[in-house]
Design a protein around this ligand. Structure first.
Ligand code: NAD
Length: 530
């Protein structure tokens, strides 16, 4: 499956496998030489060289020239200039540009989805699904471009009217995580562009190819429409590039997706210069299964939530709270499903489990499992790397189910997000107990209750229910649609992106009081006559 067929073409000096070169060529990405990792209307890059590595095979997919500090600075300046022009383009016209981007993305959905699989490691159907999410948010933003409405507010003064007007905001810095190398940018780009802003994208250092492929598609559309390319700039780079972008006073809004540790730092830095920030940070999501749940729905959903994307979604199911009455059956059926998982090439149609994204993630996984063992947990299945030789060059680990000794949410087993397929299970007797466990962790992204009882549903969704941003019923923790605002509470950062009212963060609100009368009374009846 992972045989590296060396290509003999003289241009393929990196001797990419045909598996990799087919994907790169389908998107017009060069298969030899260095790739330019900066776009601000022109492609360039004179910073450090960064490697893109396939997590399934270890193959180096590309060498990318990242942004030097000077180039980052110039890119931000160009994006500011582009914004000044773009903010005057009527919103429905901006929507038309988004519609064209949507068409291009949809036409390349399969190829781009394959690139996500190749570079990030998620299985192909999830890679394609991620591109579909970008297509969906473009559709949404096209509609939005005709509906970003302000309000007319009643004034207390005769002959006066107050308007709340959404205006374009400026430059939006988008810093994204490795696990959604396309969709997270899509959520931000679509709303930001509809709102009349310019964006500067700093993707994860380990997924530069996805960002270059996406930026090429968008650049093509902008250039065809005579819009400055710096409306959608790209700066590849490491955390130093991220830090410089975050501290720039020329960036009005920083939309950051990543870990809690980095997000805390980013939040503080942006607040210290009075910038706007959206934080989409780590999740630590629980599913609760009640005795009246339809187990034929709940078990596959927990399986997908915990094993899908090899446990590397912010919404992955990491905690499973089972009612005592159903616990034995759920655990037995879940283990059967886990045993059926065959790890392999994420590009192969029948693979359900791809690799972890990096070598260092294997260490994180093994450390978490070691701690489980040493603290007296029962490991029901999994608990180590795969030993098959064919998988050795990749970062493959066994999906794991454990029953920790204590269900105490303050224990680090329960309170930290391990970004790997480890599912911890605890057994409860009363729903209130399970809700308390669900809530007593620092994070608050996604949560899911399995029940057919309306009374449970009311409790779960109400004031004493789940305190997460996503509160599902008979739907797993993982896999949100774009229509609702997406995001989490508490240490997940309180950010909201995508649907709902999220667009309101990408604009500058102007409260405009207009006097149409021949008198100029003061508000609240204040008299200041000389
Ligand atoms: P990460 O925090 O290591 O990196 C995220 C981005 O921040 C990268 O682009 C990185 O280069 C940059 N960065 C690193 N240090 C920086 C600094 N000091 N200043 C500015 N930028 C810096 O995260 P990751 O490992 O790529 O992604 C996994 C994490 O992202 C998980 O915790 C996951 O839950 C979270 N995530 C959250 C959501 C969500 O919507 N809540 C979505 C996807 C991923």
């Amino acid at each position: 499956m992972f045989t590296r067929t060396k290509t003999s073409g003289k241009h393929l000096s990196r001797a990419l496998s045909t598996r990799a070169s087919t994907v790169l060529q389908s998107l017009g990405l060069p298969t030899s030489g260095e790739l330019a990792g900066v776009y601000d209307g022109q492609w360039k890059g004179s910073g450090e060289v960064m490697e893109s590595r396939c997590p399934a095979t270890g193959e180096v997919l590309a060498n990318v020239r990242t942004a030097s500090p000077q180039e980052l600075h110039e890119t931000i300046e160009k994006s500011r200039a582009a914004y000044r022009q773009f903010r005057n383009v009527p919103a429905p016209r901006r929507g038309e540009i988004l519609r064209q981007i949507r068409e291009e993305l949809a036409a390349k959905r399969d190829n781009l989805g394959a690139l996500v699989s190749l570079e990030m490691g998620k299985i192909k159907t999830e890679g394609v699904g991620e591109v579909q999410e970008f297509v969906d948010i473009c559709d949404y933003a096209v509609g939005l471009s005709r509906m970003m409405n302000g309000r007319v507010v009643a004034s207390e003064r005769p002959g006066h009217v107050i308007y709340e007007v959404p205006n374009p905001l400026g430059v939006v810095g988008v810093l994204s995580a490795f696990n959604f190398p396309v969709a997270v940018y899509g959520w931000n780009l679509a709303l930001s562009l509809a709102a009349g802003n310019a964006t500067v994208w700093k993707p994860s250092p380990t997924t530069p190819l996805c960002s270059i492929a996406v930026s090429k598609i968008i650049a093509g559309v902008l250039e065809r429409n005579n819009i400055p390319g710096a409306v959608a700039s790209l700066v590849t780079g490491d955390k130093e590039t991220g830090k410089d972008l975050v501290k720039s006073r020329d960036v009005e809004l920083v939309s950051f997706t990543g870990s809690e540790a980095v997000g805390r730092n980013v939040g503080e830095k942006v607040a210290s210069r009075f910038g706007k920030v959206i934080l989409e940070l780590g999740g630590n999501n629980a599913s609760i299964v009640m005795p009246d749940a339809d187990l034929s729905l709940a078990i596959p959903a927990v399986f997908f939530g915990a094993v899908g994307t090899a446990g590397q979604r912010c919404t992955s199911t990491r905690r499973l709270y089972l009612h005592r009455k159903v616990a034995p059956e759920v655990l037995e059926r879940l283990q059967k499903l886990y045993k059926s998982v065959i790890p392999g090439d994420p590009l192969a149609a029948d693979t359900l489990l791809g690799p972890l994204h990096t070598r260092s993630a294997i260490k994180t996984y093994l450390t978490a499992v070691d701690y489980l063992r040493s603290s007296g947990a029962e490991i029901l299945t999994g608990g180590s790397k795969y030993s098959e030789e064919a998988l050795a060059p990749g970062n493959f680990v066994q999906p794991t189910i454990a029953i920790p000794k204590s269900p105490e949410p303050k224990d680090r087993i329960w309170s930290t997000e391990t970004f790997a397929p480890v599912l911890n299970v605890a057994i409860f007797d009363e729903l209130e107990q399970a809700i308390e466990w669900n809530n007593n962790v620092p994070q608050g992204l996604s949560s899911s209750l399995w029940t057919r009882d309306l009374r449970h549903l009311g409790k779960w969704m109400g004031p004493s229910g789940s305190d997460a941003g996503i509160v599902n019923v008979n739907v797993g923790t993982s896999g949100a649609e774009i229509g609702a605002a997406f995001g989490g509470n508490k240490s997940t950062g309180w950010g909201r992106e995508s649907g709902g009212d999220s667009w309101k963060q990408y604009v500058r609100w102007s409260a405009c009081t207009v006097n149409y009368s021949d008198a100029a009374p003061l508000a609240q009846g204040v008299n200041f006559a000389a």
